[in-house]
Write a protein that binds this ligand. Structure first.
Ligand SMILES: CC(C)(COP(=O)(O)OP(=O)(O)OC[C@H]1O[C@@H](n2cnc3c(N)ncnc32)[C@H](O)[C@@H]1OP(=O)(O)O)[C@@H](O)C(=O)NCCC(=O)NCCS
Length: 160
């Protein structure tokens, strides 16, 4: 795994939007054109990358950005007892096919190393069936601590 993993900056937003399109557009009939989506998503990502509520790590080699993972920080209400005050939601984990092999794991290591240094309680994600082995290796487990209700897909139908 000779890729470099680094935090994303706002300058990465356009490339990250292209990769988001590549990852998600093939899944279902599209509701907007590629250009419209990339413009909208670039703006969305630029704002989120400048905020405190989101973090993103990217995989690069020879100035080419080919993988990413995002972390959204979910704030908890302050506690008058010793309890961490954030949850983390991991999403948009993607590595271009010709670069796969250790890169996804390295991106997840970066997320978890960051979380370990912060006041994070749970880190949650929606796995696809195929990616469960990767997340298990990184310490994730199915837990009965959380109750969830879906207003859309059947539970577990697709990764978010
Ligand atoms: C998931 C993904 C980022 C892993 O990248 P990678 O560089 O191959 O990662 P690693 O080599 O560190 O880990 C390999 C693990 O990735 C997972 N994986 C492999 N191919 C996959 C695929 N097509 N889709 C989803 N997960 C996959 C498996 O858990 C695999 O472990 P296993 O072979 O022991 O079962 C990459 O396969 C990908 O981008 N897939 C498509 C997008 C996706 O499904 N993202 C996850 C949504 S929850």
């Amino acid at each position: 795994m000779d890729a470099t993993i680094r935090p994303a900056t706002t300058a990465d937003a356009a490339r990250l939007a292209e990769l988001r399109y590549e990852f998600r557009a093939p899944r279902a009939p599209n509701t907007e054109s590629r250009d419209e989506f990339i413009k909208r998503c670039t703006e969305w990502m630029r704002r989120r990358l400048a905020s405190d509520a989101w973090r993103c790590w990217v995989a690069v080699r020879d100035d080419s950005l080919f993988g990413h993972v995002w972390l959204h920080l979910i704030e908890k209400i302050p506690n008058p007892v010793a309890e961490t005050e954030w949850h983390g939601y991991v999403t948009n984990m993607y590595v271009q096919e010709n670069h796969r092999g250790g890169v996804g794991g390295a991106l997840m290591d970066a997320v978890l190393a960051w979380c370990r240094q912060r006041e994070i309680d749970y880190v949650i994600l929606w796995p696809t069936e195929r990616s469960r082995t990767l997340y298990r290796r990184k310490g994730f487990a199915v837990t009965d601590a959380i109750m969830a209700q879906s207003f859309q897909d059947p539970p577990g139908a697709s990764a978010r």
